[in-house]
Design a protein around this ligand. Structure first.
Ligand code: UGA
Length: 441
């Protein structure tokens, strides 16, 4: 353990908080993760991980055992010896107006202020609109006028399903500060990474806050762009996979995030694109491109449903549909803003009998869809005797399953593949009617 590393408290032990806390402990920091949810903290103390994220359990257990990672519900206890306090509470979309809802961030700031009695850098890890850092400073000053502290921004760029890798081997680390002391503290915090050659970008607080939105909305833009190109391919002929490759091979464009699909989902892109539009509106600097990105994405579920209806011969009533995948992407149990859920809802409203299988997401899906659909315990169970199969999420096991088995299990060999996991040629050879995205041949 490097003794000079700052001691860390993480307020909010959700996805971002737990991954960040566990990974910082893993590089040698002493970390205390704080959360009000007693059941969650008790479970973590017993070594139970409340979210599904590959590799996270090992990192948590290893660091708890090493005495570097602790959990508490008491904020005062948690921040008692902290040099850095990370705010990692949620910033959901406010139903009323689509803005990022900052009530949890502000409440946490006030509690941190009251609990602190020594200098610390209070850092936002949560995705927060430009200017939030200043508001946090005002709140802390109001709640604890004599406290010596700094605020800073340090957005995270973790992808669900790949969070440990993204944290441990970051493309870049971004810190936004407005004092030398805060900058030095955060540089020390990330010294285990910078000493290995990972890039640290140090900027002001507003720029740091904006980098996160700019990065997420730009990635969402790539996805909506390629989805629109896929639609065009379907109209004029053309193969979107070749187009992605042809475009992406230009290093200025890059191959990543040019995979067409049912539209982006999850807890970040839909929320952050909306928030970006609101930030622009508030600043009288409209985010016109992002508005278009959102409207393209909003049309996707309807297009996907239309595709299924077409594949079913114009009517899904009384058809049994095997829906493979409910999560917004593979290797997660997250179904938030998952297009698969919307598609399942629409199809069952139109009279289809939807039978879904997902390796991790069924429990969460059930809490949204309830009995509107049925849930299968395996791919085979979902497929057996179904009139049509829809692949909504590109889980590895769906692609690994031999095409012949799909053919054998389905009553009618019809597959609608939102993720282009199979080759149209192989499907044709196997005698399966195959509908994918942006590939007419
Ligand atoms: C995203 C960002 O990728 C992370 O860098 C960021 O830290 C995170 O949001 C966040 O703000 O917390 P995540 O929401 O886990 O991560 O998911 P992504 O892997 O980015 O996928 C988002 C959606 O886009 C998924 O529905 C995915 O299926 C879709 N997508 C992605 C495509 O349809 N095509 C692609 O080529 C890539």
């Amino acid at each position: 353990i490097a003794p000079e590393l700052p001691r860390v408290a993480v307020v909010g032990t959700g996805y971002v908080g737990l991954v960040s806390g566990a990974c910082l402990a893993d590089v040698g920091c002493h970390v205390t993760c704080i959360d009000k949810a007693t059941a969650k903290i008790e479970a973590l103390r017993r070594g139970e991980i409340p979210i599904y994220e590959p590799g996270l359990d090992e990192v948590v257990l290893r660091n708890v055992e090493a005495g570097r990672l602790r959990f508490t519900t008491e904020i005062a206890e948690g921040v008692a010896d902290a040099d850095v306090v990370l705010i990692a509470v949620g910033t959901p979309t406010r139903k009323l107006d689509g803005n990022a809802d900052l009530q949890y961030v502000y409440a946490a700031s006030e509690e941190i202020a009251r609990a602190l009695d020594h200098y610390a850098v209070v850092v936002t890890k949560s995705t927060v609109p430009a200017g939030t850092g200043f508001e946090i400073r005002r709140i802390i000053e109001g709640a604890n006028p004599t406290l010596d502290f700094d605020v800073a921004s340090n957005p995270e760029f973790l992808r669900e399903g790949n969070a440990i890798g993204d944290f441990m081997k970051p493309d870049r680390i971004v810190i936004g500060t407005d004092s030398e002391r805060a900058r030095q503290t955060l540089e020390a915090l990330y010294s285990p990474f910078t000493s290995q050659g990972f890039e640290l970008i140090s900027t002001d607080i507003i720029s740091s806050e904006l980098i996160k939105y700019a990065a997420n909305t730009f990635l969402a833009t790539k996805v909506s762009f390629i989805n629109e190109m896929a639609d065009l391919c379907e109209k004029v002929g053309g193969n979107i996979s070749d187009i992605s490759r042809g475009m992406g091979s230009d290093r200025r464009i890059g191959r990543a995030f040019l995979q067409p699909g049912p539209g982006y989902g999850g807890s970040c892109f839909p929320k952050d694109t909306l928030a970006m539009v609101h930030i622009g509106e508030k600043a009288l600097s409209p985010a016109t491109i992002v508005e278009a990105v959102i409207s393209v994405n909003r049309m996707r579920p309807h297009r996907m449903v239309a595709k299924v209806v077409e594949a079913a011969g114009g009517d899904v009533r009384n058809k049994t549909i095997a829906l493979l995948g409910l999560t917004f992407k593979p290797d997660t149990d997250d179904v938030r803003d998952s297009v698969a859920i919307l598609v399942a809802e629409h199809l069952s409203q139109q009279g289809a009998h939807v039978r879904a299988f997902d390796p991790q997401g069924a429990a969460h899906a059930k809490s949204i869809l309830g009995d509107a659909i049925r849930y299968s315990g395996s791919v085979d169970e979902a497929l057996r005797g179904a009139d049509l199969c829809v692949i909504a999420t590109e889980w590895r096991q769906f692609a690994d399953k031999p095409i012949e088995e799909y053919k054998r299990l389905l009553a009618d060999p019809v597959i609608v593949d939102f993720r282009n996991i199979f080759s149209p040629d192989a499907m044709r050879d196997a005698g399966i009617s195959y509908y994918s995205i942006g590939r007419t041949k």
